[in-house]
Design a protein around this ligand. Structure first.
Ligand SMILES: [Zn+2]
Length: 429
């Protein structure tokens, strides 16, 4: 078994070589606008997009991928993933990274840091692992990890020195601790985002430089769990977010699970649950049923109804919404959760184009200072997904994956399936 696994790893993890790959006769969704460019050839070399045209010069030794009847989109970003701890059991790390990749996720922002993850990020970047490109928040700032303002400031400096990409705010910080973290972050040039501690209000967090708001905390207050938010308040919230230039990561599908709004019989029928041990699925179901007795149904309905209206209002005001799934939480399987989140955003009223932007263009803008991805344009990182259907017609076509390219390395459907089968076999044999 171990030997087989090593062989498969060798099969998949081919380091980037100076090879030219051409997608021929493909419909391209560049995502710079909602248009589709037909009968294109997209040439990739050295991990970058070299050209997009109808009359390409194709080198003799190029690998050609036939795109007839298929659609090429930019690789997807999941902006809120829990990358496992490096010592997690049962190959959870490699399984998670492969599941992301197999679902077209070519960039993942890890929002739960553990020591040792940076080495994984660096290996992924060099193409030594089958993995999306990773950006990682360091170990969280919360009441369990921080005891004083001075400690918060120290932790910022330490994480900066260690090389984490951002800071993750979690629950329970006092306002003093939060401010010490934020001020030091500004001083040393670290970005931060995450939860909104109850000691801090939205306005103050924005002023302190809180950049990404996860789970839309700060947008659903005590009133919003009891009654519909007024149109006036919705407009004010959206304007505040727009003026501040902040980024919102709703993680809506996950929240709708946690409020037990997505029925348990729907969740337990998710085919992707085969990628987790049955014992985990049983625990999630048990927790779901326990919550049903704790959260009044009327409250859950108001929360979710209002959240969907806030998402739509934010989108209408041009606020930057990014797709995040909170993968590795209950019923949220890495990679497969992207379509689940897309379906939730669709239920909130977003169009397929708006939804796709939240997973491509907008994350690309968020990382614009250090990276170049999110659209199909010359010079961009060659992160691409080849689909058998147009996701602008139906966002569910995002799951019809014919192959994935990450940093110029091509994974065919067959290769991805070999990797995925390795995960299910472990739990279902
Ligand atoms: Zn999370």
């Amino acid at each position: 078994m171990r030997l087989l696994r090593i062989l498969i790893c060798l099969l998949l993890a081919v380091p980037a070589v100076a090879e030219t790959i051409v997608f021929r006769n493909v419909s391209v969704l560049p995502m710079t606008s909602p248009r589709v460019l037909e009968k294109q050839s997209v040439v990739v070399r050295d991990g970058r997009i070299l050209s997009i045209s109808t009359t390409p010069a194709i080198p003799k030794d190029a690998t050609v991928i036939d795109g007839t009847g298929k659609f090429l989109i930019p690789g997807l970003a999941d902006m809120h993933v829990h990358i496992p701890a490096v010592d997690a059991k049962a190959d959870l790390m490699s399984d998670t990274l492969l599941m992301l990749l197999a679902n077209g996720v070519t960039t993942a922002r890890g929002m739960f840091g553990f020591p040792g993850q940076l080495a994984i990020r660096d290996k992924a970047k060099k193409g030594e692992l089958d993995s999306p490109t990773l950006y990682l928040a360091g170990p969280v700032f919360s009441n369990t990890t921080i005891a004083s303002a001075a400690e918060a400031a120290d932790r910022v400096r330490r994480q900066k020195k260690e090389g984490w990409d951002l800071l993750k705010v979690h629950n329970g910080l006092t306002r003093e601790q939060y401010d010490a973290m934020a001020k030091t972050a500004k001083e040393v040039g670290m970005r931060f985002g995450g939860h909104l501690p109850s000691s801090v209000d939205l306005k103050h967090a924005i002023e302190m430089g809180h950049e990404t708001f996860e789970h839309m905390e700060g947008f659903i207050d005590a009133e919003a769990v009891k009654a519909p938010i007024s149109d006036q308040k919705l407009a004010a919230l959206a304007k505040q977010a727009k003026d501040a230039g902040i980024w919102i990561v709703p993680t809506e599908a996950m929240v709708e699970i946690v409020y037990d709004v997505t029925p348990l019989e729907t969740l337990t029928k998710y085919p992707e649950l085969k990628y987790s041990p049955q014992a985990a699925v049983d625990t999630w179901s048990k927790r779901y049923n326990e919550r049903l007795t704790q959260i009044p149904r009327s409250m859950a309905a108001f929360v979710v109804g209002n959240r969907r209206r806030v998402i739509r209002a934010l989108q209408d005001s041009g606020v930057k919404i990014m797709l995040g799934t909170d993968a590795l939480q209950e019923f949220v399987e890495p990679g497969f959760s992207v379509l689940r989140e897309m379906e939730s955003l669709r239920a909130a009223g977003l169009t397929p184009y708006e939804i796709l932007r939240s997973a491509t263009v907008t994350p690309g803008e968020y990382f614009a200072k250090q990276d170049s991805f999110g659209t199909i344009e010359t010079g961009k990182r060659a992160d691409l997904v080849l689909l058998d259907g147009n996701p602008l017609d139906d966002i569910a076509n995002i799951a019809k994956i014919s192959g994935v390219m990450a940093r110029g390395h091509w994974y065919s459907r067959e290769q991805l399936d070999i990797g995925l089968k390795r995960v299910t076999d472990k739990y279902r044999m």
